[in-house]
Design a binder for this molecule. Structure first.
Ligand code: FES
Length: 354
């Protein structure tokens, strides 16, 4: 249960605000079996890109601008500013206008006395969208979950405007199986490719909806190093964090958190997470897992031995310790002997520069 203010909200927004990070995590786990393979990783990556706990920290902050500075947030982190664009990497984005409209209708007709579980409501809205759009429900479940979370963070008001589908016709026409085949495909290394070792070349796709959004890199190079060779665009103009190539980088040593990416396809072709990457990515707040090949990685640490498809989040920061300290506050009834972070200076004890 969250402590978000409930006044001036609709009954459905109040229902959503009763669901914190743990409830959402359980909901996504339940929904995963109903999400098509093409969107299984993508849907989970989206929820890592727009964490509810960080949104709630800002909702309760006395001075959000100061908090953003203290957490070293850079780029476009508020979900409310990217309602129609945050999820273009999900296959289900193709049905966003229908999903957005159906979720808005669901919210306005919501009756708290008849409320079912969050996952049941998401599945029910997804089935309705699928029926109207004549597609399999599995293709819209992930995007419907994204829409529910978007409403929780941005409110019902932003759902009144019609949604936009932002793909060109060529990409919108691709079938889910075609997308999965493209993700699985490795570069041919030529007739004598089996003799090659470090001179193998791999393609990294960083936007599946843009034919030109690819770069080539050497075998066993890290993803960020390979990206730095891509000088095909004025990257700084597109995003000031992109100092060299499409992936934002700073330290190149797992110290700053600038280079995090989601891995849509080919996660098994990346090197295992080494101890430093595993430790730092938790401190940054991006993902908390002991899996050797998670689908959230630091591009300056993940080396590839095959073609991969990644998605680059629009922001970065260092907030893991801060959010953990909020969970441990006595005010929420949880005893803590380890005051990790000074709330006035959330980074006071972070070793993010080490
Ligand atoms: S560039 Fe700093 S963590 Fe990768």
């Amino acid at each position: 249960m969250t402590t978000t203010e409930t006044s001036a909200k609709t009954p459905f927004e109040n229902f959503l605000s009763e669901h914190g990070e743990e409830a959402w995590s359980a909901t996504i786990t339940t929904l995963l079996r109903s999400i098509h393979d093409v969107d299984k990783n993508a849907a989970q990556i989206w929820f890592y890109f727009f964490p509810l706990s960080l949104f709630e920290a800002f909702a309760h902050a006395d001075d959000p601008e100061l908090l953003a500075q203290q957490l070293l947030l850079r780029g476009n982190y508020p979900l409310k500013d990217q309602i129609d664009t945050s999820h273009t990497f999900l296959y289900g984005h193709r049905y966003w206008p229908e999903v957005k409209s159906a979720v808005a209708n669901h919210a306005t007709s919501f009756n708290p006395a008849e409320a079912r579980s969050l996952s049941d409501q998401i599945l029910s809205v997804a089935q309705e969208v699928a029926r109207k759009s004549k597609v399999d429900p599995s293709l819209v479940v992930g995007t419907t979950a994204v829409a529910f979370m978007t409403m929780q963070q941005a409110g019902l008001g932003v759902f009144q405007a019609p949604g936009k589908m932002l793909l060109d016709k060529k990409h919108a026409r691709k079938s889910p199986d075609q997308v999965l085949r493209e993700r699985a495909k490795d570069d041919s290394q030529g007739l004598l490719g089996f003799l090659k070792t470090i001179d193998k070349k791999w393609t990294v796709t960083y936007d599946e909806n843009d034919e030109a959004a690819k770069y080539r890199m050497n075998n066993i190079q890290d993803l960020a190093w390979g990206a730095a060779n891509d000088q095909s665009r004025n990257w700084r103009e597109i995003d000031p964090r992109r100092s060299e190539g499409p992936i934002p980088v700073e330290c190149r040593s797992a110290s700053c958190g600038t280079c995090w990416v989601g891995v849509l396809g080919g996660v098994e072709k990346l090197s295992d997470v080494a101890a430093r990457e595993g430790k730092k990515i938790k401190e940054f707040g991006y993902i908390d897992t002991a899996e050797p090949k998670p689908f959230i990685r630091l591009a300056c640490q993940a080396q590839t031995h095959g073609a991969v498809s990644i998605v680059i989040p629009p922001w970065n920061g260092v907030f893991g310790k801060y959010l953990r300290s909020l969970k441990q506050t006595p005010a929420e009834g949880v005893e803590s002997n380890a005051p990790v972070v000074n709330k006035q200076d959330p980074l006071a004890s972070n070793d993010h520069c080490n």
